[in-house]
Design a protein around this ligand. Structure first.
Ligand code: HEM
Length: 551
């Protein structure tokens, strides 16, 4: 009956009307599209007063997409900032900011001044479940709160488990590798070593030493893991995975695959590896593991704390010992795996850069070594100590933390090359207008990007910004120092500031102290240390240093 009705309607239309209205309809549509996609963004959008990085940027995001696709996102944005100032338009609906006040504070602040993340972060969803890094809105606060106390500086510096892990990793695994390379005069690829150090620490911190990884010593296993990681975070497809996740999904419905099958396989394998660690840790809890009885270093700090917080939320009586449902298991896995990914993506590269700068500046090493040897309990190492890693012999965290030159070296190296130059994109919220410094009434749905790379190169704040000058952190007035601190954005800011910041700084401090108390380093080959590329890099990335023992 229905089809008869429609066919009657169609049949009753006078064909002459078609001839009359079709061109009219086409013209109206064309004008509407022209207005929507050209006239409005060029002349009437609230963003028109923001200078465009390129004339095409006002009407299409394809121009910036091409820059991103060809790996030129940061340099393009940096050039635009230099030419137009701290606010630039990268696309019809995208702005980049290079100022703290009225820029970063608006998008990356606390509470209302903490704009939500864009779909760029969907890539970091594991097991189909969001985690602290990829969660949005209120869910983010809940997830972050679950684990924030174990990542607090007081926990990281006072926990007996952290000290035991550090002793094992630094004295038992890292220093012997450095000694071996020094003794045989063989260059060491510190990039792979630093990936291993960061991952071994964080895996032990999450799951406990006995269930963590041993990539510092087991180089074959490390290589397999890094290869698997590279496949599941393939630098050559990251543009699509980060910028166009929805397009990938839509096209795959039509059997058009932008990213190859091996990426999906590796991603699944990677998730499975994470699940295995979760299951082993859960099994230990179910077997009666307790916080009190745990050997030093063996406490699954992050896993346990997360479960305890989940139990509190659900008002479960058994604390961390409840049996997780399949959904809860994946939620736990997603969070824990993300912390390992966050470590792999940042720590190894940032720490390698500190070692590279020190290796290029022998005078800085001498000064650092003098400072490190001046503490009450220097981190001496000799191979006869092997197998005798002991937390008691480590210096107190505060003793290292208050060493001024060590601090200045870390700060300056991380300023210059803290992590990858990613845009950290945020989106203006629905139902309200956002004010961005002098630019008022930014509508909902506008992407705002900011780059630590560019903020850290502001000559007014960091004169001779391209130079590695640790003394800038020591010789500046207190006002200048406060200003530099305000602009130091390596770990982000506001409610979504890096969760692992204290861990990263702590383990870097201990490793630097251990290495430079005992060795000097020099560059053998840094051509493969392509630190301008995306964090994931590729397996060819290497930083080859020579270690020489200094008595
Ligand atoms: C030198 C090392 C590190 C650097 C430079 C770094 C940098 C950052 C930055 C810039 C952000 C903010 C990202 C954004 O807003 O888009 C971030 C967030 C985060 N980082 Fe780190 N990170 C480092 C190490 C770590 C480690 C070791 C962990 C975990 C153990 C970690 C876990 C996280 C998490 C979970 C977030 C998300 C926080 C949230 O959204 O609330 N990071 N990190």
């Amino acid at each position: 009956m229905a089809s008869g009705y429609y066919s009657n309607v169609v049949l009753n239309i006078n064909p002459a009307l078609f001839t009359l209205y079709t061109p009219l309809l086409a013209a109206v549509t064309a004008i509407a599209l022209l207005y929507r996609f050209v006239v409005h963004p060029l002349f009437f959008s609230p963003l028109v007063r923001i200078p465009c990085a390129h004339p095409l940027a006002a009407v299409t995001s394809l121009w910036m997409d091409w820059r991103r696709f060809t790996g030129r996102e940061v340099e393009t944005t940096w050039e635009a900032f230099k030419k137009h100032g701290p606010y630039v338009r990268l696309g019809p609906n995208e702005i980049a900011v290079n100022t703290i006040l009225g820029g970063v504070t608006t998008a990356h602040g606390h509470g209302f001044e903490n704009l939500d993340k864009t779909s760029w972060y969907d890539f970091f969803i594991n097991h189909g479940t969001r985690n602290t890094f990829s969660a949005l809105g209120k869910e983010h606060g809940t997830k972050r709160k679950r684990v924030s106390n174990v990542y607090a500086k007081s926990y990281v510096q006072n926990s007996r488990h952290v000290r035991a892990i550090l002793a094992e990793l630094v004295q038992g695994r890292l220093l012997p590798s450095c000694w071996e390379m020094a003794a045989s005069n063989t260059p060491l690829d510190v990039l792979a070593l630093n990936f291993a150090y960061g991952l071994d620490f964080v895996a032990a911190f999450i799951f406990g030493l006995s269930r963590g990884t041993d990539f510092l010593r087991d180089t074959a296993c490390r290589q397999i893991w890094l290869e698997e990681y590279r496949k599941s975070h393939p630098s050559e497809y990251m543009f699509w995975l980060l910028e166009h996740p929805r397009l990938i999904k839509i096209l795959s419905k039509f059997r058009i695959y932008i990213v190859p099958k091996w990426y999906h396989e590796a991603d699944t394998d990677f998730d499975k590896w994470g699940e295995k660690l979760i299951d082993e840790t859960e099994q230990a809890l179910q077997n009666g593991f307790t916080e009190e009885s745990a050997h030093s270093g063996d406490m699954p700090n992050v896993y346990f704390q997360q479960k305890r917080a989940m139990a509190d939320e659900l008002k479960l009586g058994q604390g961390a010992y409840f049996k997780p449902t399949p959904e809860q298991r994946l939620e736990l896995a997603s969070e824990c795996l993300d912390h390992l990914v966050a470590t792999r993506d940042t720590f190894g590269v940032a720490f390698s850069f500190v070692l590279l700068e020190l290796s290029k500046h022998p005078y800085a090493q001498v000064r650092l070594r003098t400072e490190l040897r001046s503490i009450r309990n220097p981190m001496w190492y000799s191979p006869t100590m092997e197998g005798r890693a002991s937390a008691a012999s480590l210096p107190e965290p505060a003793a290292l933390e208050k060493l001024p030159y060590l601090w200045a070296i870390m700060k300056e190296s991380i300023r210059l090359r803290g992590t990858v130059p990613t845009p950290n994109p945020r989106v203006t919220p629905l139902g309200t207008k956002t004010h961005l410094g002098p630019h008022k009434n930014i509508p909902p749905g506008v992407r705002i990007s900011a780059f630590a790379w560019c903020l850290h190169r502001n000559e007014a704040v960091f004169p001779q910004a391209e130079l590695w000058l640790p003394d800038r952190w020591l010789n500046s007035s207190s006002e200048k120092l406060a200003e530099m601190e305000k602009w130091f954005w390596a770990f982000g800011s506001g409610s979504r500031q890096c969760l692992g910041r204290n861990v990263a700084m702590e383990i870097m401090r201990f490793a630097l102290a251990a290495i430079y108390t005992n060795f000097e380093t020099s560059v053998v080959d840094d051509a493969g240390f392509n630190y301008k590329s995306f964090v994931t890099g590729n397996l060819g990335n290497k930083l080859s240093l020579r270690f020489t023992h200094v008595a």
